[in-house]
Design a protein around this ligand. Structure first.
Ligand code: ADP
Ligand code: MG
Length: 353
């Protein structure tokens, strides 16, 4: 397995606004990469630069060892052996599914027998039997998605780019399609560069996740590592650790944080500095509410319980007046007093610049 795609110090500016601030990345052949980040952080811009649809301001993009984008040049998408699947599928409305799928091969004047052979393969892979004579408007969202993917893979590109490929599908179909797509691309050994703002889509599809924030990469790791060890407070927030306690104070040369009168064990994600203030982050499902004091607890009082089906989301306030949410099996009255416990490896501590 060699490196197929390399990004070196990629910058992009629109007017004076810097959208990408130095992206470095290597993608291996056959790897599925998911770029995850909030809306507006520059994901589509990065994908379009890889496609050659947009130029870059500084840096380089290499595919299979050849520079395809730099300040001096921008090789056309047709010359990059890349294919894209768009968010809105972008099927030709006046063409039947068959003609949509074969469009690229026809443009390349592929011979008829080869086209038939490849069509048969993608129809089988994507379960399109019986749909080839339908127009896009006669297909469901999920079927259109399959046609769009078939149209891309029939070209046998070395890289497939997917920009939020599932966001126009309903929830159930999204969950099915993301697993199916990952299986399909792995079986074809296709290299995939996928961008999404949906963590569960990235978790389900990616071999490695790139977490982007404000035009920079915050973390590159396997889905499991990103989930268990989010390197920055932003990554933690994006991956479900929405609770923040701002008033922690780091105890030097330990993995302990002082919060009010309590000492808490935490995962620390910073280099030792003279600064003491830390922000603690954790997921609502990692917090337990207890009546009796235990290790790694802080006193809290309930503000509000709301039913979520099967469990309650309980908002509590700490003694320092900060509010967080935890999931709990029962209803707790406002004013209920007890303790909030988060295990040390689930409590993340960050120092913010
Ligand atoms: P994402 O895909 O992560 O939501 P985009 O890459 O689409 O983000 O956009 C990143 C930022 O770049 C946004 O602030 C957007 O407004 C800006 N942007 C995107 N395209 C253009 C453009 N053609 N001209 C000016 N600004 C743009
Ligand atoms: Mg986008």
């Amino acid at each position: 397995m060699g490196t197929l795609l390399t990004l070196k110090n990629v910058h992009k500016k629109y007017d004076k606004k810097e959208i990408l601030k130095g992206i470095d990345l290597e993608v291996q052949e056959g790897e599925i990469i998911s770029v995850l980040g909030p809306s507006g952080c520059g994901k589509s811009t990065l994908l379009n630069i890889i496609a050659g649809i947009q130029d870059l301001t500084e840096g380089e993009v290499e595919i299979a060892g050849k520079v395809v984008s730099s300040r001096q040049k921008c090789v056309d998408i047709e010359q990059r052996n890349i294919n894209m699947v768009f968010q809105d599928f972008a099927l030709w409305p006046h063409m039947k599914a068959r003609d949509n799928i074969l469009y690229g091969l026809k443009m390349k004047k592929t011979d008829q027998a080869e086209m038939e052979k490849r069509l048969e393969q993608v129809v089988g892979l994507l379960h399109l039997e019986g749909l080839l004579d339908q127009y896009p408007a006669e297909l469901s969202g999920g079927q259109q998605q399959r046609v769009a993917i078939a149209r891309a893979i029939i070209m046998k590109p070395s890289i497939i780019l997917l920009d939020e490929p599932l966001c126009n599908l309903d929830v159930q179909l999204r969950i099915e399609m993301r697993t199916e797509m990952a299986q399909l691309f792995h079986s074809l050994h296709t290299t995939v560069f996928h961008v999404t703002h949906d963590p569960s889509e990235a978790f389900a599809m990616a071999d490695r996740i790139i977490v982007m924030n404000h035009g920079k990469i915050d973390q590159i790791a396997t889905p499991n590592d990103c989930y268990l060890k989010p390197q920055t407070a932003t990554v933690a927030g994006l991956l479900g650790a929405g609770n923040s306690l701002q008033r922690g104070s780091y105890i030097p040369e330990t993995d302990l944080v002082q919060y009010g009168n309590q000492t808490l064990q935490a995962m620390t994600f910073f280099k030792e500095t003279t600064k003491r203030e830390v922000v603690l982050k954790f997921r609502p499902e990692e917090g337990a509410l207890l009546q009796e004091y235990e290790d790694n607890c802080i006193p809290v009082a309930v503000i509000l319980s709301s039913f979520e089906g099967g469990q309650y989301r309980v908002k509590v306030a700490t003694e320092l007046g900060e509010e967080v949410c935890v999931l709990y099996t029962g209803f707790l009255e406002s004013g209920w007093k007890g303790y909030l416990k988060v295990d040390g490896e689930k409590l993340y501590a960050y120092q913010e610049d």
